[in-house]
Design a protein around this ligand. Structure first.
Ligand SMILES: [Zn+2]
Length: 147
């Protein structure tokens, strides 16, 4: 970081510590004019919101993806390592997209594509469960209309 005082030199970090769990406080010194100042660096937690079919939002949770895949992968050649791997890939794709919102449909499609390459049974099972979920949601919507 350039010195804000003389604007000639790079500054050196002479002290660095967490001021709270998401903020790093750094003490810096200019190597030319010896000007000292403090910066605060905020760690932005990776975070995404999943929009469900009924429009409700919930925080992205890798564990939920793993659970869904695990259920579909029961008694197939899909291993626990595959489950973790697919969920990590989906998580990465979600966060790398730079979007902070993703629909549950998009997540489902990502998982379906990956399962397709690994195991046909798990793939079909996931796809059908996934469709069933959307039917349940439609069903719930109809019931709530009656209330
Ligand atoms: Zn300076």
């Amino acid at each position: 970081m350039q010195c804000p005082n003389c604007k000639k030199c790079e500054t050196q970090v002479i002290d660095s510590r967490l001021s709270d769990e998401n903020t790093v406080r750094r003490r810096r010194e200019c190597s030319c004019c010896r000007f000292r100042f403090t910066t605060f660096e905020r760690i932005e937690p990776a975070r995404a919101v999943v929009i469900k079919k009924d429009g409700r939002e919930e925080p992205f949770a890798k564990e939920k993806i793993e659970d869904g895949i695990r259920r579909a992968a029961k008694n197939t050649q899909v291993t626990e390592a595959d489950v973790t791997c697919i969920a990590s890939e989906v998580e990465q794709e979600v966060f790398q997209s730079g979007e902070d919102k993703i629909t549950s449909r998009e997540i489902g499609n990502l998982i379906i594509q990956k399962l397709k390459d690994i195991d046909e049974v798990a793939y079909l099972r996931f796809a059908s469960v996934y469709k069933e979920f959307s039917d349940i949601e439609t069903f719930e919507k109809e019931i709530s209309k009656l209330r």
